[in-house]
Design a protein around this ligand. Structure first.
Ligand code: C2O
Ligand code: CU
Length: 461
């Protein structure tokens, strides 16, 4: 599908669909039933063919799991795919055994098997869940869904609290998911699997109904395999109130654009005025509309804004921290000559033959020994250097960290995140408290990068 066709059709299908709601109900004993199944769907709209998808409960995206802060969440997961899988609860400071990382925190759930995930959600906010077994092959087929943890006190009513799951797909000339290119080495060694088609909550160019004069909360989740989205909230009158599930003390105006990398979330507030429709755009290259807000006729002008409160996260103690470098190397057009893999030094060519292109600190993929071991309650500083030709989105499991510095410059807002972006040549300094015992992954959330070397683990005793 070339870009012209892509644009023309996108415009032609404007205003054709409205946004589906997709909350999930618990069964009588308070358990959510989640099942990974094969399914079919039309990603391209009515004219496109049927794509082969892998779905949670047959839905795209997976059903929204909504729970309350502090709740004991029970999810009975059934794998009805023809291959093993597992489910990771991204961004939750979770009990390690429930983190869903096949091969590290649990064996993969085999076809036909069930696995009970049971955990407490300590923080309110916008999170998501996704397959974590061969994620590069499973997530971009549809195995992802939102996980929303509500505050103790309701701040937005349900009709003004809107989850927007953003996904980038690679479609072929028939508008069907291109499955032949899954695992393409070219994608792994470059920017990852990039698509040519965007959906919001599984729809292309949906209408998002909003109400004039009322405050809305928009929960954006980037579920794409590799696509970084550049968004400009001020262009649709929105302000930023939180990132990666953690809300700020006060709303912020965003000057220009802000990146939403794979796995990252962004919480916005907006109070629609005027008549609309108001386009929701990506600003990568030229502004490109991929949904429209439609504004109700009737206005409600005395709506009060009630903002959620920030979560209490453990504050890093920078004076008494241990620092580790995290040097990212490899990839096409990179300078890496060799790296160790399973304890052996391999040349770039040997690595490539084994399907590896990237390394953290000179090591491709997970080592037998952890990247570092920490005691419970220590402050760890990671000083990352992106010595590659591509951006990356680095995710730490089980913890949130503060982003302190970029390129040696202290940030005005050292925001809490669970996934940070790093551009070519950039250094980024983060800090966090290792307060959650277990074995935790650290990896690039460009899923092909993680599969080809950009992944390691650390241990908290
Ligand atoms: Cu969102 Cu290791 O993953
Ligand atoms: Cu990467």
């Amino acid at each position: 599908m070339n870009r012209r066709h892509f644009l023309k059709t996108a415009v032609a299908s404007l205003a054709s669909t409205s946004l589906p709601r997709f909350a999930m109900a618990k069964t009588g004993d308070g358990t959510f039933q989640l099942e990974a199944v094969k399914g079919k769907g039309r990603l391209y709209g009515d004219e496109g063919g049927l794509s082969d998808l892998w779905l949670f409960n047959g839905q795209l995206p997976g059903p929204e799991i909504r729970v309350k802060r502090g709740e004991w969440v029970k999810i009975r997961f059934k794998n009805s795919l023809e291959e093993p899988t597992s489910v990771h609860w991204h961004g939750i400071r979770i009990n390690n055994a429930m983190d869903g990382v096949s091969g590290l925190t649990q064996p993969a759930v085999q076809p036909g098997e069930t696995f009970d995930y049971e955990f407490v959600v300590p923080d309110a906010g916008t999170y998501w869940y996704h397959a974590h077994h061969m994620s590069w092959n499973q997530v971009p087929r549809g195995l992802a869904g939102p996980l929303i943890v509500e505050e103790d006190e309701q701040t937005f009513e349900s009709d003004t609290d809107i989850t927007l799951a953003l996904s980038d797909w690679r479609l072929d000339d028939n508008g069907v998911l291109d499955t032949a290119s899954f695992g393409a080495m070219h994608d792994f060694s470059h920017a990852g699997r990039l698509g040519n088609w965007l959906t919001i909550n599984g729809q292309n160019m949906p209408e998002i109904p909003v109400q004039k004069g009322r405050w809305h909360r928009l929960r954006l989740i980037n579920m794409s395999a590799s696509r970084i989205l550049d968004l400009a909230p001020s262009r649709f009158g929105a302000q930023l109130i939180g990132l990666d599930g953690q809300v700020f003390d006060s709303p912020r105006e965003v000057d220009g654009t802000i990146q939403l990398a794979p796995a990252q979330r962004m919480d916005l507030i907006m109070r629609p005025e005027g008549d609309g429709p108001v386009p929701f755009e990506t600003m990568t290259g030229q502004p490109y509309t991929f949904a429209n807000f439609t504004i109700s006729k009737e206005a409600n002008n005395d709506d009060l804004l009630r903002l959620p409160k920030a979560n209490a996260l453990p504050e890093p103690d920078l004076e008494n921290a241990r620092s580790f470098p995290l040097v990212m190397a490899g990839g096409a057009m990179g300078r890496m000559q060799s790296a160790t893999k399973n304890g052996q030094e391999l040349s770039m060519r040997e690595l490539a033959q084994a399907g590896d292109f990237w390394a953290f600190n000179g090591q491709a993929g997970m080592g037998e020994k952890p990247f570092f071991s920490a005691k419970r309650g220590e402050t760890i500083i990671l000083e990352s250097t992106n010595d590659t030709a591509f951006p990356h989105a680095i995710h730490l499991h089980g913890h949130h960290f503060r982003v302190l510095e970029r390129n040696g410059k202290k940030l005005e807002n050292p925001d809490w995140r669970d996934t940070f972006t790093t551009q070519r040549g950039e250094t980024v300094k983060i800090a966090f408290v290792t307060d959650n015992p277990g074995k935790w992954l650290i990896h690039c959330h460009m899923l092909g990068h993680a599969a080809s070397g950009m992944m390691d683990w650390f241990e908290v005793a």
